[in-house]
Design a protein around this ligand. Sequence first.
Ligand code: HEM
Length: 350
Amino acid sequence: MTGAEHTAKRKIVVRGFTGRALQDQVRAIRSNAAELLAPFLPLGRIDLVNDFGRPFAVHVTLDVLGLDKRDWRRIAAWHHGIAEFITSITLTPERRRHCLDCAEQLEAYLLPVIEERRRDPGEDLVSRLCAAEFDGVAMSDRDVTALILNVLVAAAEPADKTLALLFKHLIDHPAQLAAVRRDPDLLPAAVAETLRLTPPVQLIPRRAERDTLFGGVRVPAGATVFCMIGAANRDPDAFTAPDTFDLHRPDLGTARSFTAAAQHLAFGSGLHQCVGAAFARAEIETVAAMLLPLLDGVRHSPDAAYRETGLYTRGPVALPLEFTPVPTPVPAPVPAALPTRPPTHQARTR
Ligand code: HEM
């Protein structure tokens, strides 16, 4: 999308992820994280990608959009297929069919939701998209669907990868993990350095509108150029010891790392720069601040081999961790002097 259409639609989406809306979303981020973490804390082990990060990223995004979290498994499966379509450089005809099926099924799921929000709007992003106008005309169902898919994939894909990579880097650098535990104000720097060293979105494709000379290379009109974020973020002219994880590095500038003036390129740059950067920061920092005190003695599971996958978006396939189990809170005992309450109807019939 380019030009006036892009500017107008981008504005609508930005409003859904900043200011007051963002404050409300931090509450939803906390409650989703607490609910999803609870079953793993007494076990003393968790796969930060598959047990927690992926479901968490999808739950939070569904909350923002205003979609039903009870449907998260099938929405996640469809979203996974769509993400595969967008981020694959080549696809077999079977995978292509599967991915397109996912898009069709998600569209069929969304259409009745869109109809309902047009009749009875709420505060959620789907309602805002339904109510928004472009050139004085309300957006079509297809426009709204396309934007929902865009936000769903853009928001859910990189979040679990960033969270897992943050913990991997901290565990691999115990002195920096200890420093963040001592001083949680260092957390934004640790997230920014994670995004620089291992950006979850590794490349951005662009098509040249006209013949161009770029960095001494002739780029013909119509050619696709892959802008390699992962390589730019390790440019030795921009960063000292670029392959080293160092949350204290002076050449990154944490304060601007989540803005248009960022020194790293993890959120892209220019007109299409990520609209969710502030939300991503709140999401990752909030959940990491919750996890750090809970995951006491956190370490890699001894039998786990680390593996990453992905070219366009990239992250660990799994991150099995162990930590000191957190005892389940014991319910407060009923004082002996109080009469026991009669069983409720619900309790009797259970
Ligand atoms: C760590 C997390 C994230 C990273 C690393 C990331 C990275 C990116 C990148 C590299 C782009 C492409 C910029 C371009 O094409 O030039 C992008 C675009 C976008 N992102 Fe994110 N993103 C993250 C989280 C989010 C979240 C949480 C949301 C939604 C709340 C979001 C919504 C979007 C949207 C809608 C676009 C398209 C913007 C446009 O074309 O104008 N992203 N993001």
